[in-house]
Design a protein around this ligand. Structure first.
Ligand code: PEP
Ligand code: MN
Length: 336
């Protein structure tokens, strides 16, 4: 349910409506729009008797949200959510590029990649310090040491950093070092982790589970927003299908659908979706053409020697080429 306030409603009237919602055993979530404030209401198991709220001063309308996800839906908030990270705005005119290695492997590797992607125009730096690997024998990441290296790379390049928190135990540690906390595909329905992310003041990059529907994806995002963190970036990273020539299948159609039914920014990850270096550029082009707000790309200084995801990692030359090509597509789409 959404309580729409008059555009001239006072702070006091908004506070009063929130108080009444709380008295009714429900949770108010004030949402500031361009014109007016609306108050999202969650916590109801059945239809709420709205008579009490309707009659409060400053209230002009009550909208019943039909979707199971509420706070992340466009019904609840028609304006796009824009997320500020350093000097970067995600979900605005600029197509945001997140680039970096799959995993932080050493200070030398990370700094070399950070300098290269920065000089080629990346907006944010990625790198896993805690890696969710399919095999327990694969490289699991450098842990806190990796986070320290990322902080160094940020200090040198000025690029905000994105890194994954794989469980609740290490969440606070990751949160301390990074600018955006990633929740990986394998953890999309880890509800304890989603709730912890909802208590964070840092933006969360939520990846779509590899076998998740759009509804499940948005309900996972709803867990984060319902806990109080409105800054969630959705990432389409490919789903499992019967197609066996790529790692996953990038669900391009999810991009316009998510943009339609949710106000959250949507980015795409063509690296994990395809698992193949030569497919990264064409899929990135397609994602931007389909309306993505950004792209996350794996880049490595020496993909042959990479400790994880080498075959899908772009070289510096490959990334330079991709940045050139994407500029043209972004321009056609009326973006920067
Ligand atoms: C990653 O981006 O580092 C990653 C592990 O991706 P995903 O969770 O999409 O597999
Ligand atoms: Mn990877």
């Amino acid at each position: 349910m959404l309580v729409v306030m008059h555009k001239d409603a006072t702070e006091e009237q908004i506070r009063r409506v929130c108080a009444v919602i709380k008295e009714m055993g429900l949770t108010p979530h004030p949402i500031k729009g361009a014109q007016r404030v609306a108050i999202g209401v969650t916590g109801n198991k059945e239809m709420v008797n709205t008579r009490r709220i309707e009659n409060l001063e400053g209230v002009i309308n009550i909208i019943h949200v039909t979707q199971p996800y509420k706070l992340v839906s466009r019904e609840m908030k028609p304006d796009d959510t824009k997320i500020n990270v350093g000097n970067v705005v995600i979900g605005d005119k600029r197509t945001v590029i997140i680039a970096g290695p799959c995993a932080v492997e050493s200070e030398k590797q990370m700094l070399e990649i950070a300098r290269a992607v920065k000089s080629l125009g990346a907006d944010l730096l990625r790198g896993g310090a805690f890696k969710p690997r399919t095999s327990p024998y694969s490289f699991q990441g450098l842990g806190e040491e990796g986070l320290k290296i990322l902080a160094k790379a940020r200090a040198e390049t000025g690029l905000p950093v994105v890194s994954e928190a794989t469980d609740t135990e290490i969440f606070s540690m990751v949160e301390e070092y990074v600018d955006i906390i990633q929740i990986g595909a394998r953890n999309m329905q880890n509800y304890a982790l989603l709730k912890r992310a909802g208590q964070s003041r840092k933006p969360v990059l939520l990846k779509r589970g590899m076998a998740s529907t759009i509804k499940e994806f948005l309900l996972a995002a709803e867990y984060i927003v319902a806990e109080g963190n409105p800054n969630v970036i959705l990432c389409e990273r490919g789903i499992r299908t019967f197609s066996d020539f790529t790692r996953f299948t990038l669900d391009i159609s999810s991009i316009p659908e998510l943009k339609k039914i949710s106000h959250l920014p949507v980015i795409a990850d063509p690296s994990h979706a395809s698992g193949k270096r030569e497919m990264v550029l064409p899929l990135a082009r397609a994602a931007i053409a389909a309306g993505a707000d950004g792209i996350m790309i794996e880049v490595h200084n020496n993909p042959e020697q990479a400790l994880s995801d080498g075959p899908q990692s772009l070289t510096f030359d490959g990334f330079a080429n991709l940045m050139q090509e994407l500029k043209a597509i972004a321009k056609i789409m009326g973006r920067e």
